[in-house]
Design a protein around this ligand. Structure first.
Ligand code: AMP
Length: 120
């Protein structure tokens, strides 16, 4: 079942160029940009260009090409930011228990320092 998508969420506005972002990379299916409130020296968000609420929505409803291009862009950001050697963390917050703030699926890419334990 497709979850209800809020077209007025902040990432939908970025995709419609209604508000700016610091773009890092993009491809046909996904966009990567800097998090406005970085939690590490490198903090990039990757979002699909189509409307998906969460990881579950994206993984179950996107077609395989879209899924492939999304994860390729995650990989391309990791290479561009040169964090593949020292390491990094990928996070997706989903729903209430995941404390998801923006209801458009996104992956956080964090790196540039030792990030400590996963949950403090
Ligand atoms: P989450 O809790 O996983 O939904 O995280 C949402 C993230 O979006 C937070 O890390 C915010 O700092 C980030 N964010 C919110 N508004 C913007 C914006 N306009 N540009 C870039 N990042 C944003």
């Amino acid at each position: 079942m497709k979850s209800k998508y809020d077209k007025n969420n902040v990432f939908a506005k970025i995709l419609r160029s209604e508000i700016p972002c610091n773009k890092i990379l993009e491809n046909d299916s996904a966009l990567a940009f800097s998090d406005i409130n970085p939690q590490a020296p490198i903090h990039v968000l990757v979002i699909p260009k189509n409307a998906y609420v969460s990881f579950y929505d994206f993984t179950n409803n996107a077609d395989s090409r879209e899924v492939e291009l999304f994860w390729r862009l995650v990989n391309d950001v990791i290479l561009k930011e040169n964090i593949h050697g020292k390491g990094f963390r990928l996070i997706t917050n989903s729903g209430d228990h995941g404390n998801q703030d923006v209801p458009h699926f996104h992956i956080h890419i964090l790196g540039g320092k030792n990030l400590g334990r996963m949950i403090n």
